[in-house]
Design a binder for this molecule. Sequence first.
Ligand code: BG6
Ligand code: MG
Length: 261
Amino acid sequence: MIRGILFDLDGVLVDTAKFHFLAWQRMAGELGIAFGHDENEQLKGVSRRASLEKILAWGGQTLPEPEMERWMATKNAWYLEYVTTMTSADVLPGATEFLRSAREAGYRIALGSASKNALPILELVGILNLFDATVDGNDVTASKPDPSVFLEGARKLNLEPHECLVVEDAAAGIEAALCAGMLALGLGTPEALPKAHRVLPDLQDQDPRSLVADLEARAAAIAHAGAEGAAAERLAASAHAAAATHFPADGAATPNTHLPS
Ligand code: BG6
Ligand code: MG
């Protein structure tokens, strides 16, 4: 039974994904590396350092550590320049209402973000007070799809992983949630998030209790189909083994230990 909801930040609660894109694109431009929306999609949920490493790899470049540090600081300064213009109007559609109604419905609420800027941003847009616990890029170093950020969130909420639902906009974040043994709600398109238990465009007009019930039913159906598939595979494998021992390739009949004599 789901008792807690873990929210990613960028692209789930606030529209900062566009600012990360602009800042990385500016840096890539200065380094002479092509960077478009397809590349940016692969950086969603990925830590600052891992993002820089990926961009350099796409450009076939490597940099010494001091240069890496310098670019990370520069990219972050540009990002913060864009971000400081944000207000409560930049919270994504339905997010504040969903957080409030989830709390009222009794769910424990945590943040599970790779960003080191998460807390000041939540404060800036006025929703930090809606969280029971927060885990961000300052608390965990492993980047999604590593499940650490969500496992730590569950621990802080005093819940087991299977009692948690994750809300994510990144494929790496959905992987992390599934790897942690949690339910995963994707925000975006089913094409970008094929592994999520369900995908919605945003949180607008969603009732937390009904949404959780729907996700639990979908997860149960997947588990049931998985168990049936595995049973069918076992049956097919033992039928195959039985046929092989009855009719071995060299034609010499041998006893079939799988069938009653
Ligand atoms: C994630 C974003 O939430 O945080 C990534 O999706 C970003 O794009 C990562 O790189 C780290 O963010 P920050 O603010 O620490 O650079
Ligand atoms: Mg995100």
